[in-house]
Ligand binder design. Sequence first.
Ligand code: NAI
Ligand code: MG
Length: 336
Amino acid sequence: MHNIVKIPGDGIGTEITKSVTDILEAAKVDINWIEVKAGEGVFKETGNPIPDETIETIEKHRIVLKGPLTTPVGAGFRSINVALRQKFNLYSNIRPAKSVPNVGSRFSGVDIVLFRENTQGLYIGKEHWVDDAEKHAESIAVVTEDASRKIITAAFEYAKKNGRKKVTLVHKANILKLTTGLFLKVGEEVSKNYPDVEFQDLIVDNMAMQMVLNPNQFDVIVTTNLFGDILSDLASGLVGGLGVTGAANIGDDAAMFEAVHGSAPDIAGKGIANPIALLFSALMMLEYIGENRAAEKIRSAVYAVLQDHKEDCTPDIGGSGTTESFTEAVCDILRD
Ligand code: NAI
Ligand code: MG
């Protein structure tokens, strides 16, 4: 039995986490869910968007499935995602983009896994004003050899374990010679330990064009925080958008699995939220805990529903169904 912490989250969070737990149950995965709160709901109740009890429970069990969280606007509010990533040093943000059947997209056969460094780079928001008039701002990018080695090694290890052929490192070392230059240098070093995996490096602007021209040339991608933020959404767009792409945040001894989309307040409570993104994140979680066969079974069931029962799918991907009709259709296949 696996103990896993569940944060339903805000907006459509409750609807899609219920769908995911129902589907995992139908696949007979033995999970003991420990539900805790975070987000706007608990902020309104207690004034704290991430209660100590939530942190303590995660500290104990170390694996989290998290629904989307609304970020309340207001001073002093910490970003929960950033807080959790820092607290548990979840340095790998892993974002697969894989074509799914029968979902509108210009491309087919895309199968990219993007590793984004999650703790450094320009993205950390270390900014300051140079002048008192606030007409001149500067931002600082942080890159360390240690953190670069960790994320790049994680990408190569993933490639090796999953029979992937190539790792593409994305940088801007021609201009940002120290920060992304260091990242590239570490990549060249690490790649020598993996002679069976092809190593390629590309400059980020060229990479953006190449991904749109021919995404099928890419396999595993590894890059710094801000480039990874942008390119991972681009990669999602290649396979039908954020509604069908999952994500994981993984450190050495903790992991958090979440959809990339937000809490969708415009459709919350209407029963039409698409649970596929969170479900695909949950499949990454199953692989993380060694339940690979269950993950494969569920993925096939989802593909079968997309292919043969599109009417049961939610409107955002062209269906005419609901969260519940999709969930039931997947569960029916799993129970057979
Ligand atoms: P959003 O992703 O919630 O919604 C954008 C559009 O996509 C909306 O039209 C929504 O209906 C649709 N959509 C999103 N997920 C869907 C799903 N599963 N099924 C069907 N349609 C879906 O982005 P938005 O509106 O910018 O943000 C809303 C809230 O979510 C904000 O408070 C934001 O801070 C938060 N957010 C949280 C994230 C997280 O917890 N990881 C990530 C992004 C935003
Ligand atoms: Mg993003």
